[in-house]
Design a protein around this ligand. Structure first.
Ligand SMILES: NC(=O)c1ccc[n+]([C@@H]2O[C@H](COP(=O)([O-])OP(=O)(O)OC[C@H]3O[C@@H](n4cnc5c(N)ncnc54)[C@H](OP(=O)(O)O)[C@@H]3O)[C@@H](O)[C@H]2O)c1
Length: 352
């Protein structure tokens, strides 16, 4: 499969779908600073989108979306800040040679977009997947620790989210859907800088499904905990009862999403940690910050800038497969309140 370099000299516009949501608003604002006059925020609320200088777009209506792209005529990148039902929106973009940045976190959807690789290459377009905190920064940390042990046999990723942060509705819907999924792995205790040693529970983050392919690591797990210990215990005890499986039904999911959105116990901090093991070798890296929605938006903006100003290979790639993006955690730690923590072996908290 060839992946020729694409020319990114096009001065076209940047369509940010979901561009006024919790993540999308950060993407819109950051890219507007970097590329004034070129950013078009979009969503289903036509009036709200127009007030922001944007357009109506609905990822659940592919034909209408295609017409919107054709009407705008000069879009060079679409940033998807909301999950579409399937890969149709990605196909529409890539077939037109329009680059794509996708912050989606559902394994099934990421696999469907990755399957468009050859179409993207043929059209000279690039798509970047696994963009955000988890997936996203977790993938980048995973690549670093994997390389540090000379090729990991096993990767364990831990994500801590702040239950006091006002997460966007679509992100909460995704989390509730994740709680409804059956799990096989067991919880694991991990030290997270600033949060002590925490019990984290298996959760269907997409990184554990894609990293075995992109890094060639046989075993990858990702676990979740919240900054509030009681809330973490309560949530996962509830999951063990099997009651949360009912969240597969749309009406129950909507109700639960509404309930979870109203719970604000804890802060807005987040932490992610990746541990790699190969025989006796162990390497670990962690990253902490505030506002996972904001950080996801910043990661998406940096990826978009790389597509517009760099020479990324055509085709569909996960963030950790693009070498210029592997230093993004360091870039964010110099420009934003993000801290990188290196661990010695045996693991123990250490300053940057
Ligand atoms: N990779 C990561 O680390 C990471 C982190 C956080 C979130 N995410 C993902 O990012 C997505 C957005 O999260 P969020 O917290 O920003 O959610 P949010 O605040 O609910 O924002 C969603 C935005 O999308 C728009 N929207 C909803 N349905 C749409 C549709 N069918 N077509 C077009 N626009 C639509 C909404 O506006 P209208 O309702 O007016 O259309 C809103 O502006 C979620 O899918 C979440 O899973 C990923």
């Amino acid at each position: 499969m060839t992946t020729a370099k694409s020319e990114n000299t096009s001065p076209g516009r940047i369509l940010v779908v979901g561009g006024y949501g919790a993540v999308g608003a950060v993407v819109t604002a950051t890219l507007t600073d970097w590329f004034p006059g070129r950013v078009v925020p979009a969503g289903r609320d036509a009036a709200r989108a127009r007030r922001l200088g944007g357009v109506r777009a609905d990822v659940a209506r592919p034909e209408e979306f295609a017409r919107t792209l054709d009407t705008l005529a000069d879009v060079s990148v679409v940033v998807l800040c909301v999950e579409p039902p399937d890969a149709e929106i990605a196909r529409i973009c890539l077939r037109r040679g329009v680059h794509l940045v996708d912050i989606g976190a559902t394994p099934r959807l990421l696999t469907a977009v990755a399957d468009l690789h050859d179409e993207a290459v043929a059209a000279g377009a690039t798509a970047v997947l696994s963009v955000g905190v988890a997936p996203g920064l977790t993938n980048l940390l995973a690549r670093r620790v994997h390389e540090a042990v000379g090729g990991a046999e096993r990767l364990d990723i831990t994500v801590l989210l702040g239950s006091g942060e006002r997460h966007g509705g679509d992100a909460v819907r995704w989390t509730v859907e994740g709680l409804a999924e059956p799990v096989e792995a067991s919880p694991r205790r991990t030290a997270l800088p600033g949060y002590g040693t925490r019990a984290a529970h298996p959760f269907p983050f997409s990184d554990q499904h894609t990293l075995p392919t992109t890094l060639g690591v046989p075993e990858v797990t990702t676990r979740l905990c919240l900054d509030s210990r009681p809330l973490t215990s309560m949530l996962f005890a509830l999951r063990r009862t099997g009651l949360l499986h009912t969240a597969r039904h749309p009406a129950v999911r909507r109700t639960l999403t509404g309930v979870v959105r109203r719970v604000h116990i804890g802060g807005d901090g987040f932490a992610v940690r990746a541990d790699a093991r190969r025989g006796d070798h162990h390497a670990a890296l962690a990253l902490t910050g505030h506002g996972q929605s904001r950080t996801t938006g910043l990661v998406a903006a940096h990826v978009t800038r790389e597509l517009l100003t760099g020479t990324p290979p055509t085709g569909v790639h996960h963030i950790e497969q693009l070498p210029p993006l592997t230093t993004l955690p360091n870039t964010l730690s110099t420009t934003h309140d993000i801290t990188l923590h290196h661990y010695d072996d045996p693991p123990g908290p250490a300053a940057q």
